[in-house]
Ligand binder design. Structure first.
Ligand SMILES: *[C@@H]1O[C@H](CO)[C@@H](O)[C@H](O)[C@H]1NC(C)=O
Ligand SMILES: [Zn+2]
Length: 412
């Protein structure tokens, strides 16, 4: 073959031959950060509040419309759709090895009142974009890849976050779902039914949702905005959320008192009853429990001093998850492939990855967001940051999902 013919042939081959993970390089991935941003902007229109604010509460009209759009994007990426009774949406790309476990990615699209358009959504729309880029690069997975939109990562409607991933991990009970109606007394199962999901009971919903022990999941990786300032401050493109940083000090304990309810809550009466919801997090479970104990003690002391009755109820108490090292190393290798700078970070916020970590090695890819702002209308991540994140996600999925068809080019 002449040199020119060889080059032409190779370039043709580039277009048509499925490539294995080891052959796939960052330069072969075509991702447009701007087109992902356009899709994020489109999604943000499904909101109760006007742009740039996003308010999208579980199973409301805005959420249902957003779900329709997400399914369109999944379809466009060639993913095969499946939804469970809880409203988790799965887009499936079948691997060649049907006996292997699945490699999963995903995040959430619900948004607390008056938040922004990047939190969660980047991991869902970015997941579909990563799959599309892999397909276009000719990659074919050995293991099945699934992109997930998790139901209700935000606790807005039912006072409990990560409902979809808790359900999948098998850490949610029917009693917990039953005990927590929304502000209008609607139970999860009825809201789910109204949105076209659900089953007769919470138990049936969870049975239809459960992954634990039913399906083999080999890995989970979530792409998300950092919701903290470190990447931007240090000029790093990617945060690799990593287990090695686990044993740090007190700054990793985070507490918020997010929800007050007074009853009666009127201008001209002294409340008879007050309730306060406190959220205490730590990557060290024992240290978190010490803080909780201190809060209980203080509540008791204050109640004694004021001569009022008090009660403490634990809504949920989840073990901190550490990331699976195979996922973190796949992320780190992909970052290196792309020549990007990175930092190892600890995640202090709740994410679906926390619950997926209970069934599979899991990790997270963080991208910078302006000033670390999140959950507000001016939340912002640049198209470049998103493009980097999607590329890292795509290469990570390819690494985890393994070899496609190997091509021996040595004879060309
Ligand atoms: C509860 O009812 C009020 C009044 O009808 C309505 O505005 C609100 O959206 C409802 N909340 C939910 C979560 O559906
Ligand atoms: Zn989120």
């Amino acid at each position: 073959m002449s040199r020119l013919a060889k080059l032409l042939f190779l370039s043709l081959l580039d277009q048509i031959v499925p490539r294995s993970a080891s052959q796939l390089t960052g330069s072969q991935l075509k991702v447009s950060g701007q087109s992902v941003v356009d899709q994020l902007l489109h999604l943000s229109r499904y909101s109760v509040d006007p742009a740039p604010a996003v308010t999208r509460v579980l199973f409301t009209e805005a959420d249902t419309a957003a779900r329709r759009y997400v399914k369109e994007l999944f379809q466009d990426a060639g993913l095969k759709m499946h939804e469970d009774p809880m409203g988790n949406i799965f887009g499936r790309w079948e691997g060649s090895d049907s006996s292997a476990g699945a490699v999963m990615t995903g995040s959430h699209c619900d948004a607390i009142p008056l938040s922004g358009l990047y939190d969660g959504t980047v991991g869902v729309i970015g997941g579909a974009a990563a799959v599309k880029a892999l397909r276009q690069a000719g990659y074919a997975p050995a293991k099945t890849i699934e992109v997930i939109m998790f139901t209700s990562e935000e606790p807005t409607r039912f006072g409990l976050g990560c409902i979809g991933s808790r359900g999948m991990a098998g850490t949610l009970t029917p009693e917990v779902l039953d005990a927590r109606p929304d502000e209008n007394g609607t139970l999860f199962k009825h809201a789910a039914q109204q949105a076209g999901y659900g089953a007769s009971s919470h138990k049936a919903i969870l049975d239809g949702t459960l992954l634990k022990g039913k399906r083999k999941v080999d890995a989970f990786v979530e792409l998300h905005i950092e919701q903290g300032p470190r990447l931007e401050a240090e000029g790093a493109a990617i945060g690799v959320v990593e287990e090695a940083v686990l044993a740090t000090g007190a700054p990793d304990t985070v507490g918020t008192a997010g929800r007050w309810d007074l009853s009666p809550n009127t201008v001209n009466s002294v409340p008879r009853e007050a309730s306060l919801e406190v959220d205490i997090r730590d990557i060290d479970g024992a240290r978190r429990d010490q803080v909780v104990a201190a809060v209980r003690k203080a509540a008791g002391a204050i109640a004694g001093k004021r001569k009022v009755r008090h009660e403490v109820e634990v809504v949920n108490q989840d073990d901190p998850a550490t990331c699976g090292s195979e996922v973190t190393s796949a992320v780190a290798a992909s970052v290196k492939d792309l020549g990007l700078s990175s930092l190892q970070l600890v995640s202090r916020a709740y994410h679906d990855a926390l619950f997926m970590a209970q069934i599979a090695p899991s990790g997270m890819i963080f991208i910078p967001c302006r000033h670390g702002w999140s959950h507000r209308p001016d939340e912002y991540s640049s198209p470049e940051a998103i493009e980097n994140g999607v590329k890292v996600l795509a290469l990570t999925l390819a690494r985890l999902a393994g070899q496609g068809v190997d091509v021996d080019r040595s004879e060309l």
